[in-house]
Design a protein around this ligand. Structure first.
Ligand code: PLP
Length: 396
């Protein structure tokens, strides 16, 4: 059996999405900007796909949803454009992000810091959540932007986006959320949450890789990052990724249809896995289930290096993760575990299991068996577990 429990890194393309995309490779391959039939073949499918994306996040028709190449681009665009418009011009000098944002926010914020922008990295609490009052505490009259993710990719922790949106609106500060891990996992409504900018990525909700989007509220449109053409109403130049956009639209439609299933059946499987793993002694989960997206578990097994566990899982054909996909090749400890202040030996032991609507009960039962065997094997040879002092208390 092969088991894929790394859906927060990327997800399988839904067969309906694949089917919807197929004609745009070898049949309807015209450039939408050209002036012939091959081009016009793409216009209606593109329009319908965009409507599905707008509907999926409850964007108004006068708002802008701009297709990008990935969430990394969307996140870079927001921060760099705010820098150009507000910081470089001297109108403001400060942005706020959380310390557990995806590297596409953190690294961009650090780059802007090197160019003179002040950045506040908000802490998370012991449950791995950014508390809304910290946003209020750090906003000054020089704050241009608050950028807080909706759902954390490591823990699945859901951040209080509606409250933060309200605070930003009341203070007159622009609000961006990276909703990459929220789409298809919980209801996302840009109106209800007072969101000015929202980042999405198709491959996290069973769409194709290489297609992202940025929502911009009417009146809050950003300066383009890519100049050179009139595509996407002039907000992003470059020939449209027709198949990708059609795929993203279909994936959004499917994700919205499957939302109840995700929040009930997928959650049930996640809970089954979690209950069984927590029966293992010296095992810890940071964020309470009720405050987490339904598909994610970040769990620590004291005394077992995350990479050693991954090795055993991989040998049994189970895919999981020790950190964000981009960082998983270096042996750094989990960034969220570090931010919580977990003891060093626990920060290295975190494993993320992320399920999807394609995960089955048999796969979960198999995973439970493999993990239990791996824990027995690895703890038997773990010097740090064997030598842990009697009654050693965890900070978690
Ligand atoms: N933001 C979050 C929260 C993510 O989890 C990821 C991917 O792991 C990204 C952004 C980057 O997404 P993309 O691969 O589309 O650039």
């Amino acid at each position: 059996m092969r088991v894929y429990l790394d859906n927060n890194a990327t997800s399988i393309v839904d067969p309906h999405v694949f089917e919807a995309m197929e004609p745009f490779f070898v049949k309807k391959y015209g450039n939408p900007s050209s002036l012939h039939q091959f081009a016009s073949d793409t216009h209606k499918p593109l329009k319908e796909a965009m409507q599905k994306i707008y509907a999926g996040i409850n964007a108004k028709s006068e708002d802008s949803v701009v297709i990008t190449s990935c969430a990394t681009e969307s996140n870079n665009w927001v921060l760099k454009s705010i820098y150009f418009e507000y910081i470089l011009t001297g109108r403001k000098n400060h942005i706020i992000v959380s310390e557990v944002e995806h590297p596409s926010i953190i690294a961009t914020a650090k780059f802007l810091e090197s160019k003179g922008c002040k950045v506040t990295y908000l802490p998370i609490n012991s449950e791995g959540i950014v508390e809304a009052h910290t946003v209020r505490d750090f906003i000054t009259d020089k704050t241009a932007l608050v950028s807080i993710m909706w759902v954390n990719n490591e823990t699945g922790a859901i951040f209080p986006i509606e409250e933060i949106g309200e605070i930003c609106a009341a203070k007159g500060v622009l609000f961006h959320t990276d909703a990459v891990q929220a789409i298809g996992k919980l209801p996302v409504n840009v109106q209800k949450a007072n969101i000015d900018y929202l980042t999405m990525s198709a491959h996290k909700f069973h769409g194709p890789k290489g297609v992202g989007a940025l929502y911009m509220k009417k009146g809050k449109e950003l300066t383009p990052l890519l100049h050179g053409g009139s595509q996407m109403n002039g907000f992003r130049s470059g020939t449209l990724n027709v198949a990708g956009i059609v795929g993203m639209g279909k994936a959004m439609e499917q994700a919205i249809d499957a939302l109840d299933f995700e929040m009930s059946e997928v959650k049930e499987l996640r809970d089954r896995l979690e209950d069984a793993l927590l029966e293992i002694p010296d095992t810890f989960v940071v964020t309470p289930r009720a405050k987490r997206a339904a598909n994610t578990i970040l769990i620590s097994f004291r005394g077992i290096e995350g990479e050693a566990m991954l090795w055993d899982l991989n040998r049994a054909n189970i895919a999981a993760s020790t950190g964000s996909a981009c960082a998983s090749e270096d042996l750094e400890s989990n960034p969220v575990m570090e931010a919580i202040g977990a003891e060093a030996d626990l920060a290295h032991t975190a494993i993320r299991f992320s399920l999807s609507r394609y995960t089955t009960g048999e796969e979960i039962d198999y995973t439970i068996e493999v993990v239990k065997n791996a824990v027995d094997r690895l703890r038997a040879i773990s010097s740090s577990y064997a030598y842990a002092p009697e009654g050693h208390e965890s900070k978690l």
